[in-house]
Ligand binder design. Structure first.
Ligand SMILES: [Fe+2]
Length: 467
């Protein structure tokens, strides 16, 4: 069956399509026809524009939305800084611990005593928010709903990956209901509030400082597969005309500011445009793989990509390792050993990951294999996978791992390295140090001294050993 079988139903309806132009009104006639800014918008509304790209960005990438709302977003007292050590999220590379070791974290704790904002912790990051380059990685854990509170990030787009508990998100564009095995993207600047309808929540966030996410190109795969555009859901307009005090939190250059306004920020009666939050059920990912031998690069599992200026090189890719059939012949089927110029941060939403037989990589835990940090299957996985009878096998049937992969070197915060107390000190020692030698050749060798079958030596200066 395609799509995830969720325990709780989604109470909302959506507009469908990735990067589609959407238009929606919660009161008939609220959207102006044929223009954006009438002298007097219908129903006494204000027109307000939200720009997600520069005005002059080419049409194919231009993202903007027109709101028709009760009070403009500007109607608030001045923001003041919040004085809480955890709200200083760090924004620049020099504030991070840059270390080459492979790192793995035990599952992060649940905490039902705080709201989403109170339970947001920065784990790692790269780049510089002020120049809109790089990314931040966060863990959230909460149990209290945000009531009369909203936040927005001026720093980047939030890609939220729930691991535990459903999240009910109210945004300026409307509502989204997001469960583990779904993801949601809330672009820069959009105000939102998170409620916890099923109890405690926990998950991962990638904040993208550079540009926006797009779908990866498909090349020879063709015009379908991987994440299909029609499976992305955007909210329909929903508003409240409230006069109660609302605290608005603003994340700006890694710091949290707040203000209290006397009206709801969720007062958008109608909107149209291309800049909006969206969600996606990872169970709808159409997975591609090898049906002969070897396996392609894990880029075939890319759900969303945030490209850099270099073709084919991402500031951040969001990659999943979904349930799939492995049928390759004469192939070491788990991920190969490798060293990567890209940095790989992994998390586990549920189940277990097929390259880590030895345990240790658990749901709600994480790992980071930074630029050129060697990694691959642990010793027990190697022994099993290199000896197992190769029959068609379905892997990860009830499991879902994901990766935030970045071309940037990723640094850790104090919280990520020390204060969270989740770093596994014996990760490398338990995973790869036990790998045994299986080599059965002589103690030394040189290709140019190797005799060939006809008695000649290799390497006669003609540039090829194969003659
Ligand atoms: Fe890797």
């Amino acid at each position: 069956m395609v799509g995830t079988k969720f325990e709780t139903p989604d109470p909302y309806s959506y507009q469908i399509g990735f990067n589609s132009y959407h238009a929606t009104e919660a009161v008939r006639g609220a959207l102006p026809i044929g223009q954006n800014s009438p002298q007097k918008p219908a129903h006494g509304l204000y027109a307000e524009k939200l720009s997600g790209t520069s005005f002059t960005t080419p049409r194919s990438d231009n993202k903007q939305t027109w709101f028709y709302r009760i009070i403009p977003g500007a109607a608030h007292p001045e923001f003041k800084p919040e004085h809480n050590e955890y709200y200083s999220f760090k924004s620049r590379t020099e504030n991070f611990h840059m270390i080459p070791n492979q790192i793995r974290w035990d599952p992060f704790d649940l905490d039902d005593s705080v709201t989403f904002i109170g339970g947001l912790r920065m784990l790692a990051g790269a780049g510089d928010i002020t120049t809109k380059t790089g990314l931040g990685i966060y863990i959230y854990a909460a149990g209290k709903s945000m009531e009369n509170e909203a936040m927005y990030s001026a720093d980047g787009d939030f890609l939220i990956v729930p691991q535990h508990g459903d999240i009910d998100i109210q945004t300026e564009m409307g509502y989204l209901y997001v469960r583990p095995q779904e993801i949601v993207v809330i672009p820069r600047g959009i105000r939102f509030s998170i409620r916890c309808p099923t109890g405690p929540i926990r998950g991962y966030i990638l904040e993208l400082y550079s540009g926006h996410f797009s779908l990866p190109e498909l090349g020879p795969i063709g015009s379908n597969c991987l994440a299909n555009p029609r499976d992305f859901d955007a909210p329909v307009a929903a508003y409240e005309d409230g006069d109660e005090d609302y605290t608005i939190y603003c994340k700006f250059d890694g710091r949290l500011f707040s203000t209290v306004q006397n009206h709801s920020p969720f007062d958008v009666v109608a909107w149209h445009g291309t800049y909006y939050p969206y969600k996606y059920d990872l169970g709808k990912f159409n997975t591609i793989g090898s049906v002969s031998f070897d396996h392609p690069d894990p880029s075939i599992y890319t759900v969303l990509t945030a490209p850099s200026d270099r073709p084919g090189t991402a500031i951040a890719d969001f990659v999943i390792f979904p349930p799939r059939w492995l049928v390759q012949e004469d192939t070491f089927r788990p991920a190969w050993y490798h060293r990567n110029t890209m940095s790989e941060f992994m998390g586990l939403i549920c189940g277990s990951y097929d390259a880590k037989e030895g345990g240790g990589f658990q749901p709600a835990g994480a790992s980071l294999h930074n630029t050129m940090s060697a990694h691959g299957p642990d010793a027990s996985t190697y022994e099993k996978a290199s000896n197992v009878e190769l029959k068609p096998t379905k892997v990860s049937t009830r499991s879902l791992a994901f990766m935030f992969e970045s071309s940037m070197m990723i640094g850790l915060t104090d919280w990520g390295l020390n204060e969270c107390k989740k770093v596994q000190q014996a990760y490398n020692k338990e995973s790869w140090v036990p790998l045994k030698k299986h080599f059965n050749g002589p103690k030394q060798g040189r290709a140019d001294l190797l005799p060939l079958n006809n008695g000649k030596k290799n390497g006669n200066g003609n540039g090829s050993e194969f003659r």
